[in-house]
Design a protein around this ligand. Structure first.
Ligand code: C2E
Ligand code: MG
Ligand code: MG
Ligand code: MG
Length: 290
């Protein structure tokens, strides 16, 4: 050990570094049971049509309340899953949660609503995402047209890995949304070659939009672009009524953000939907229809 480089020694003896690796190791160790016992679940955030104020769709977001560490961030969960060969098990669990929500929606007059799940770029190289989704939707008897798959530009840019599966999903009837739009790569040609139904403009461009003329110009350009390609523009990270007014005026189609609702467990979402459809009962509904 005495012959090791200074850098390696630092890595070994810095207590902060050790803490991080212990945490990672613990999380990786606990992940399998957490998936199996469904301690990890999807929470859902509503998406609102800016013209009508109606709830039109939802995004599933992974949540894990760890008994020792508290809530683990989605990227940390995704990384742990990739490190332990549990990516398919994890996304499979989220997909089942998505289908379970879809089964509930008709009783809330939301039979036409869609539910989105996120697929990280590297997942396509690990297993066949399209086939996994086919299996889960078939088991639940859920229409593939009700399931939206959120991918990032990074996934599209690796066509060897994702290309075939994206096309397979497109042909099977899944909806495709391009997530985190506007902060990544600037090549847009793939939008024409793939049937992307929605562009989700990144939160960093949207939050507090009324205070940034640069961001307003960006969004205006994306709206024009979306119109030309017949792609819906979804804005995430909407936090204030000023944001809503500005984005609606710019012609954005759908909004998601803390202004309307935070991501919720399915039970809380059911209650929220009930209140939202009963205007006398809550201020949430006033926001949704405002
Ligand atoms: P994303 O797909 O862009 O998801 C939107 C993120 O913005 C979520 O963070 C959501 O909670 C947050 N958000 C929504 N509205 C607001 C708002 O008004 N203000 C602020 N400050 N934040 C808002 P979350 O759940 O922490 O997820 C972070 C990222 O982790 C996601 O970004 C997505 O890339 C990834 N992720 C989450 N769940 C999954 C999953 O099940 N699978 C995969 N592969 N990735 C996931
Ligand atoms: Mg997303
Ligand atoms: Mg996003
Ligand atoms: Mg994202």
């Amino acid at each position: 050990h005495a012959k090791q480089t200074g850098r390696k020694q630092w890595r070994e003896f810095d207590p902060k570094f050790k803490q991080i690796t212990d945490r990672q190791r613990q999380i990786e160790q606990d992940l399998k049971d957490a998936i199996q016992n469904e301690v990890i679940t999807a929470w859902f955030q509503p998406q609102i049509d800016l013209k009508t104020g109606a709830v039109v769709s939802f995004e599933a977001l992974v949540r894990w309340l760890h008994p020792h560490f508290g809530f683990i961030s989605p990227p940390e969960i995704i990384n742990a899953a990739q490190a332990t060969n549990l990516s398919k098990a994890l996304t499979g669990l989220i997909a089942r949660n998505v289908c379970a929500l879809l089964q509930e929606l008709p009783s809330h007059d939301l039979a036409a609503a869609t539910v989105a799940l996120n697929i990280s770029p590297r997942e396509f190289a690990i297993y066949n995402v399209a086939e996994m989704l086919d299996d889960v939707t078939a088991t639940y008897g859920v229409s593939r047209h009700s399931v939206e798959v959120e991918i990032t530009e990074e996934a599209i840019l690796d066509p060897d890995i994702a290309g075939e599966q994206l096309r397979q999903m497109e042909t099977s009837g899944y909806r495709l949304a391009l997530d985190d739009f506007g902060i990544g790569y600037s090549s847009l040609a793939y939008l024409i070659s793939l049937n992307i139904g929605r562009l989700k403009i990144d939160r960093s461009i949207i939050t507090n939009i009324s205070a940034s003329s640069v961001n307003q110009a960006l969004v205006a350009a994306m709206v024009g672009f979306g119109r030309a390609l017949d792609v819906e523009i979804v804005v995430e990270g909407v936090e204030t009524s000023d944001d809503v007014r500005a984005l609606e005026a710019m012609g954005c189609d759908v909004a998601q953000g803390f202004y309307y609702a935070r991501p919720m467990p399915i039970d809380a979402l059911m209650t929220w939907l009930q209140r939202a459809s009963n205007p006398e009962q809550s201020d949430i509904s006033q926001r949704v229809s405002a």
